[in-house]
Design a binder for this molecule. Sequence first.
Ligand code: 0O2
Ligand code: 0O2
Length: 226
Amino acid sequence: MGQWDRFLQPYKQAVDELKIKLKGIRTQFQKTNQTSPIEFVTGRVKPLASIYDKSLEKGMVFEPSTKLAHELQDIAGVRIMCQFVDDIHTVIELLRQRHDLKIIEEKDYITNVKASGYRSYHVIVEYPVATIEGEIKILAEIQIRTLAMNFWASIEHSLNYKYKGEFPEEIMKRLQFAAEAAFRLDEEMSLIRNEIHDAQKYFTENKELTSPIVQSDLGKGEHTDS
Ligand code: 0O2
Ligand code: 0O2
């Protein structure tokens, strides 16, 4: 195993574990017939090329080191997508209550929108990873955002890649405008949140009942019993 592989292995493990745990929250809400504040979860270990770029940007030597692990807080990155802005706060509260991770920093880019228009809530956590050489604590970044914030950030990220951060004035303005439109969409959806929840609950409950597979299973059940 190369030096970088060895260095990144605990981060990979942390991302895998955090994804399972956070998806578990969603499952628990669903199994108890409650609306989940988590829509879906993704995760990644920062690609080596991005670690290289970031270490150059921060004036650090590009090598696996304690300093790098300390300075680059998002080598392990997990993203939680929510339907509504309020869900973000529910998720943060759930994270604060956990004993298997320790929040060491919170960055509220929802209240303090970035100049680009970026909105999201970032939580930096210290997470213990069990290795065959004993436990090590690594840093991970959990980004929590609505679907609309995620839509905007994904598009802006792709454009950023194309323009390498040097957006033409016109595009930058349109992106800022789009970010505000996305946020207005979040606000509008929040206003009919209860209505949406009722509809989703109704859909989930009735989906099972009207499914042809369940119907035929129910049918089979009746024949066996009789
Ligand atoms: P399910 O049953 O579909 O929820 P993974 O390795 O698959 O766990 P990864 O590679 O980190 O996850 O991220 P990926 O593949 O981009 O997406 C992770 C999960 O989020 C996948 O579900 C996707 O189906 C789901 N997902 C991605 N985009 C959206 C979206 O826009 N809306 C919704 N609702 N879900 C989305 P899983 O985990 O494979 O299982
Ligand atoms: P990627 O490709 O997402 O992995 P630093 O991390 O040192 O740059 P800072 O200020 O501590 O600095 O980090 P910040 O801004 O809290 O979080 C950085 C991450 O947030 C970025 O990761 C993005 O994922 C996201 N982010 C921050 N600002 C923007 C933005 O304007 N647009 C988009 N689309 N995403 C943003 P990276 O490192 O860019 O990499």
